[in-house]
Design a protein around this ligand. Sequence first.
Ligand code: BGC
Length: 750
Amino acid sequence: MKDEICRYNQIDPAIEARIDGLLSQMTLDEKVGQLVQMSPHAPIDPEEMMKRIKEAQEAGQPPQRVYHPRPGLDDMIRAGRVGSILNLPDVHWINHYQQLAVRESRLGIPLIVGADVIHGLRTVFPIPLAESCTWDPPLLERAARVAAEEASACGIDWTFAPMVDIARDPRWGRIAEGAGEDTTLGMAMARARVRGFQAGDLASGRRVAACPKHYVAYGAAQAGRDYHTVDISERTLREVYLPPFKAAFDAGAGSVMSSFNEIGGVPATANAFTLRTVLRDEWQWPGMVLSDYDAVKELIPHGIAADLKDAARLGILAGLDMEMASEAYTTHLAALVREGAVPESVVDEAVRRVLRLKLQLGLFEHPYTDEALADQILLRDDFRALALQVACESIVLLKNEGGLLPLSPGEGRIAVIGPLADARHDLLGCWASNGRAEDVESVLDGMAVYLGSSDRLAHVSGCPVKDEGPADIPAAVAAAHEADVVVLVVGESANMSGEARSRSHLGLPGRQQELLDAIAQTDKPIVGVLVTGRPLVIPRMAGQVDALLVAWHGGIRAGRAVADLLFGAAVPSGKLTASWPRTEGQIPVYYAQKSTGRPMEGAGTTQFFEPFKSRYIDEPNDPLFSFGYGLSYTTFDYSDLEVHTPLVDANGTLVVSARVANTGPRAGTEVVQLYVRDLVASVTRPVKELKGFQRVTLQAGEAQTVRFELPADQLGFPGLDMRRVVEPGAFQVWVGPDSAAGLEGHFEVQ
Ligand code: BGC
């Protein structure tokens, strides 16, 4: 296999010439056809759909994917009226449609086949939020490469990923799909994932294009309610939400999906500022913009389009190239051009971008997929091994009182309690429709690897995840009494996070807290294992358990990864990438906040009455667990911070180092983090900003000097005129284990 990281963000004169040739032959209807991404599925009656979903859920399976072809689709493709289809998990049918496009349409332009391959296809990796807790971009690049390998073996050319939305509100279910709250980390993850997805096997011609989404500021939905209004300043947009997209483009992404939300009164689907001014005028990016599902039609309920035709006009004029699903373009765009409401040159530009991506992907040369390929590629052993590594690195240890963990596999009786202890489907998390429950190792399966069918292992679920179904808390308590230690596996089911899964209460759902309360009465040591798609609000639980692991929705190998950590075959190294609030009332709570004019010193405790400070009277300001936080089975000591460049030139490089020593009993990996604060600037700056991180593996007793070199332009920000500026002045700098701790130094930019 000959891999190369392909870039779809470039202009190649030879390709442009081919596009000119095609455009000159295309009728207006054929041009519009290239801008249409059509769902290939027969429209299904919502009642029937709910019935199928329910049946599948009851069987513990993802919804049955029996394919019902959309009536009339064959003819539309033959007529050149379709440029793309999406989410068709069947290579045979994909080849069928591709043949219609290539052999039976007048110009033979291939389709581009898109799909949501978000954290693996059949080899399901941890949800992206979990993956980001590895702080390991090279590892995630490899994971994305596996996803692309499997996707292209199934005929998929284009993945609607990575999701690069910054998310600071855990009520929002889609926080599961991204890299958390931080822009610098989000940029690193965006780059890694784009590179991984776009690492093409050039020998076979199998390639996948990334489609970063959702452009833009989708994660800033008010109140954490999905699709809700976004109203943020241009400064925050430029500083927090846009950079991960820019990073994805710079890594070679040649398409982007616009978001459902409005931004300051103009829906992203028809937002000329974000779609034209930023993408085209400022960034000179030649890629293609795809709408989100039905989002063009949704300009009507947004209240800026009178009807579907108006919606088509607004979308295309704003710079939206391809429409997903809702059929405003296919129905009205040609008429709009004929009537003079939309210049044909605008359509030509959009078509050019679509054809550019298709040509760059090599679809004209390799339109079909070998139907025997999937069997050879899906779920390969090396893919499964990588999924285990990612799952292990993504798990975060939040508490380990008295060194309860790791457990010794050779002694004591263990009661495994909780509704998620034997869960399989739920470990897959959101956006895993090609994943299969039978591929998943549950936590119990993982523990059985260490304990066999030993009578030292008892299992009682105690209660369901949510309020439905029977509970038997007394049986769980009885099992706890019999045991020396309890492993309590609780949290959210897969369908509680992801799209349209906002929650306003972020505690343990259903009766799970009641179950924990009962177990806690037994005074047995408790290891909590949280299976979740988002940060939860668990101050009570955090106090009740002795040790706490966040296992997320960790994919097919999650159960094994949990067991490897529980029994010490692996050592936790994950660190949180989104803050865990103490209470929903603190949301949004994130480390890179601004100071305000009345800052509360420290965490903001309620013990001292300090009036007229920016604080709550009933809770501290800081979260329960901060961004960057995570423990190990060993301990790390930070010392000898050195600022090698106390005066940094604005075009120079900041150099900082610190000594990190493993002072504990065993080898471990620490994510060493670099933060800065710009003390005085023309606009207010966050109290801390992550600027670098390194994963460092140290043997017991070993120490290493960790050195950061940061180009000073990365200290810049959008100035008063919104242009990026690096201002002279004093900075604080920290090197430490998380956003709330670290050695502090100073430097000055001149
Ligand atoms: C989601 C996108 C997804 C698309 C296609 C939409 O509802 O917002 O993230 O890519 O559907 O499945």
